[in-house]
Write a protein that binds this ligand. Structure first.
Ligand SMILES: Cc1ncc(COP(=O)(O)O)c(C=O)c1O
Length: 483
């Protein structure tokens, strides 16, 4: 009889009880691997596999000197607590010495590291909502007397934020409606402009932007490009790969994914040259100048992660829109399935948009995933389609029905599976009439420029069976036809 340590011709098996070192740095792994693992940590107390919800407002300091070093930012997160992660995912080490949960929390770090990894950035800061993310991202760049430039087609709430609260704080904004027109940029960019703001896939009309074009303009003027990637998500498009510098998210949508938790995040690409901008006369004091005597500027202390650090320490910690660890947990869990959900969201949207386009009750469908769309080439080819030919088109788009507002009312009321609600990007399909909701306070001129007409409805395609969704849409059209 063969001994247990030999197996025929393969020779003796060596019993080796050493265990391979776990992976701590997920850089270089595939997107799907990183969305499951990046940011996770090994819980030495109980071996919890799923990073737990760390519900603690504060953290114990070991002793007096520990307190001092946490506050002056000189301590490193101790190697024995996170073996192999003394320099975790390019966060500056002192980010890991927590002081108080308004400024950082272990559950949120998992979500932050995971999102930074998926976007290809150096660091991320989770906050309480998408609006908080946009505000924090821009408050770190602009202050009273400054100015930002935005592409015209942006989320209605962002336009309101810029026009109302930002204006009250003394930060003004102008829109560029044709990003291809150099003269328009030239007209609006001023010496006090501090950022160009845009979205990867604007809602409601899926009128995607040419990020590389915008990044080229920004480079000429030494301006950082801040991109809202809520509707695109890093599963479809990663703005840092196209020359943009900062990404913001409403994590309420696809990232958390199930419509349960409001949240947001700012991601720092680590690529903007703050020092060069300063030399060119475009100053960013929170990043390049010292805010306290005897403390060096963020840029000197934290290098490529200086902007994220300024967002966390000088904006979020001051103003306070911190993400609850409960929501941080839902975010890092939601991220685990992001690419799978986005594949289905996009595949169903392509099928539904193609079907809608053929219906006699439909005047038009605004969806870059349709070959008939003037933006199809840009969305699908210029920015790289996946193996199935699907590009950066997402699952939020516009459909205009015949009959103006009354046609829209009948269609809206006739839906039984689609939820009538404000919201996009979760498992459920949703419908909204923008002109009487998100865009209700805008002037007729702005709505005309945005293409928000009385018959336009916004659809967000969820994860239900596509046949059921098409049946639901057909039923609603029958009501329009019966009017
Ligand atoms: C593109 C976009 N950005 C930002 C926001 C604001 O996010 P939140 O509702 O999480 O504050 C939304 C909300 O719908 C959005 O669609």
């Amino acid at each position: 009889m063969m001994s247990s340590s030999t197996t025929g011709s393969t020779g003796p098996i060596r019993h080796d009880s050493t265990v391979a070192t776990p992976v701590y740095d997920w850089n270089g792994y595939g997107f799907d691997t990183r969305q499951v693992h990046a940011g996770e940590y090994h819980d030495k107390n109980n071996g919890l596999r799923v990073p737990p919800i760390a519900l603690s407002a504060g953290y114990l300091f070991d002793d007096f000197d520990d307190q001092v070093s946490r506050f002056d930012g000189s301590i490193h997160w101790r190697a024995e607590d996170l073996p192999g992660r003394e320099t975790p995912n390019s966060f500056s080490p002192s980010e890991r010495a927590p002081i108080y949960s308004r400024q950082g929390n272990p559950t949120n770090w998992v979500a932050e590291d995971r999102l930074a990894s998926l976007e290809g950035g150096v660091a991320s800061v989770a906050v309480a909502s998408g609006q908080a993310a946009i505000s924090a991202a821009l408050f770190a760049l602009a202050q009273h007397g400054d100015h930002i430039v935005s592409t015209g087609s942006i989320y209605g709430g962002t336009r309101i934020l810029f026009g109302r609260s930002f204006a009250r704080f003394g930060i003004t904004f102008d829109s560029v409606w044709d990003a291809a027109d150099d003269a328009e940029w030239e007209r609006v960019i001023r010496p006090n402009t501090k950022a160009i703001y845009t979205e990867t896939i604007p809602n409601p009309r899926n009128d995607i932007t040419d990020l590389r074009r915008i990044a080229e303009v920004a480079a000429r003027y030494h301006l950082p490009v801040v991109v809202d990637n809520t509707v695109g998500t890093p599963a479809l498009i990663r703005p840092f790969e196209h020359g943009c510098h900062i990404v913001v998210h409403s994590t309420t949508k696809f990232l958390t994914g199930h419509g349960a938790a409001v949240g947001g995040a700012v991601v720092d690409g680590g690529t903007f040259d703050w020092a060069a901008a300063e030399r060119a006369g475009r100053s960013f004091p929170l990043i390049t100048r010292s805010s306290r005597p005897n403390v060096a500027p963020m840029l000197e202390r934290f290098g490529a992660g200086a902007y994220a650090r300024a967002v966390r320490e000088s904006v979020v910690n001051d103003i306070g829109p911190t993400l609850s660890p409960l929501h941080g947990f839902l975010l890092h869990q939601g991220l685990e399935t992001l690419s799978l959900r986005m594949e289905r969201h996009v595949a169903s949207s392509i099928e539904i948009a193609a079907w809608l386009e053929k219906q006699p009750e439909v005047e038009s469908v605004d969806y870059a995933g349709l070959p008939s769309s003037p933006l199809h080439e840009l969305a699908v080819h210029d920015y790289g389609a996946d193996a199935q030919g699907r590009g950066r088109t997402g699952s939020v788009f516009g459909v205009t029905v015949h009959g103006g507002v009354e046609g829209a009312r009948a269609f809206f009321n006739g839906l039984r599976i689609f939820s009538r609600m404000t919201g996009i990007g979760d498992t459920r399909s949703m419908v909204l009439h923008p002109l009487s909701s998100t865009h209700g306070t805008f002037s007729p001129e702005i709505n005309a420029q945005l293409g928000v007409t009385p018959g336009l409805l916004r659809l967000s395609i969820g994860l239900e069976s596509v046949d059921d969704l098409i049946r639901d849409l057909r039923g609603a059209h029958d009501r329009v036809a019966a009017r």
